[in-house]
Design a protein around this ligand. Structure first.
Ligand code: AMP
Length: 428
């Protein structure tokens, strides 16, 4: 007997969890609409080069975590499953000529992402993100608007105590000098660097600040800060982002070691954490400005920024905090019958009610009426519609399982009756 399991690092979202995710997606969709983001859908896989360029070849995501698809022998192209949404969305922006649309183009997407990570708590190989991108606006106001949007998402989702960590990582004008300073600093301590970090020191020194290696923590804390090296333009931009956040009353904490280790990232960088859980790998979401990315993917130089919020971790946080994540729907009514064998009559009545937009279940097992009623009560249906002898002259018994009352209703009025009861009892 084969015993199949979901692939390592993936999990089935069983109905309760899937309902929780749907609830988050609904909140995201509603917020995106309120903030003027339009939905986009890009393929789950892209040419590998889109990610190699768009994310950077010397990043964990591309170096170690990219899910590469084995090409068929005759194909020369290579593809990979998307590890995040930004690169694909920006590729679509360029491909569809969105530069000619009114700017900024604000796009949103929620869906699965794939990373060949080592699976652990809160880290999966298939996970779910809500992503927003505002392309074509240099900020700083839109930066604050986006940070507020993410912050509001957590509030509406019911995640308590979410904190915004904020930094500016400079731009092409001031970052090179900072990188030299950083290189010199870590160079002086190279004896203490783990092998991987020593290699990164040459290719991408900013990445060292991002290191998950516990041996690096003290070195990182004492490293020179980008905030002391910002040029005037970046300083002004950053001050304005903060002033806008203050005006919106969004609380944030300056986090000078928060970086995004990629060349095209510029200025604003932010992450969302639950207070007290600011440790490694605990980020609920993050984002930043990527003023060089559109050009890198073949478009004209265009500023932009975006965020990606991990929805799996929100579900986990809601579990932790004991907040009710879901309210699963139960049928409003169950159609039962005195003649256990007459499944046709029960199915027909159910079909008519469903055509009227009502959520009902037809009892299709040929068991005794009393058993049918028991199971209707067990699933917390509000009503049982009982088909009996009265059906011959067009009536059914409508039993209110919550109130324990019962009355005769003409079949033609059943839908209206149930709908009215559903409204007054807020049945979903
Ligand atoms: P990143 O693009 O790495 O900044 O990820 C953005 C957010 O997605 C993170 O803050 C996490 O909440 C979530 N995330 C990233 N990778 C994973 C993963 N392997 N499993 C679950 N959630 C993830």
């Amino acid at each position: 007997m084969p015993s199949f399991r979901a692939p390592r690092g993936t999990r089935d979202l069983l109905p309760e969890t899937r309902a929780g995710l749907s609830r988050l997606e609904a909140i995201a969709r509603s917020l995106a609409a309120r903030y003027g983001y339009r939905e986009i859908e890009t393929p789950l896989f892209e040419q590998t080069a889109v990610f190699e360029r768009g994310i950077g070849e010397v990043t964990d995501v591309v170096e170690k975590e990219l899910f590469r698809l084995a090409p068929r022998t005759e194909e020369s192209e290579s593809w990979a499953l998307r590890p995040e949404a930004t690169a694909g969305i920006v590729r679509a922006y360029v491909q569809a000529g969105m530069q000619t649309w009114p700017q900024p183009v604000k796009l949103t997407l929620a869906g699965p992402m794939f990373r060949y990570d080592r699976p652990q708590a809160g880290r999966y190989r298939q996970f779910y993100q809500w992503d927003c991108e505002a392309i074509g606006d240099p900020g700083p106001a839109v930066d604050a608007e986006m940070i507020e949007l993410g912050w509001r998402f957590y509030a509406e989702a019911g995640v308590p105590n979410v904190q915004v960590l904020l930094n500016s990582i400079g731009d092409a004008a001031c970052r090179p000098a900072y990188l030299e300073t950083l290189k010199a600093y870590f160079g002086r301590h190279s004896a203490q660097l783990p092998e991987l970090e020593r290699r990164r020191l040459e290719t991408n020194p900013l990445r060292l600040l991002d290191s998950k290696d516990p041996d690096m923590a003290a070195l990182i804390a004492a490293a020179p800060k980008i905030s002391q090296c910002l040029c005037e333009a970046c300083e002004t931009h950053f001050a304005s982002v903060r002033a806008h956040l203050d005006a919106l009353a969004v609380p944030y904490r300056l986090e000078p070691t928060l970086v995004r280790g990629l060349d095209y990232y510029a200025r604003t960088a932010f992450e969302y954490y639950r207070s007290g859980a600011e440790g490694q790998q605990q980020a609920l979401g993050g984002g930043g400005r990527y003023d060089g990315l559109v050009e890198l993917l073949g478009g004209r130089a265009t500023p932009g920024l975006g965020f990606a919020l991990g929805l799996d971790r929100v579900l986990l946080a809601l579990d932790d905090s004991g907040a009710a994540a879901t309210k699963e729907t139960t049928p409003l009514a169950v159609i039962v019958g005195a003649d256990p064998a007459d499944t046709t009559a029960r199915l027909k009545v159910a079909s008519q009610l469903r055509a009227e937009g009502l959520a009902v279940r037809a009892e299709l097992s040929p068991r005794k009426l009393s058993r049918q009623l028991e199971s209707a009560a067990k699933e917390h249906a509000h009503f049982a519609v009982i088909l009996g002898d009265e059906l011959a002259d067009g009536h059914v018994q409508l039993k209110d399982l919550e109130a324990g009352t019962q009355r005769l209703v003409p079949i033609g009025e059943l839908a209206k009756d149930l709908a009215r009861a559903a409204r007054s009892h807020h049945h979903g």
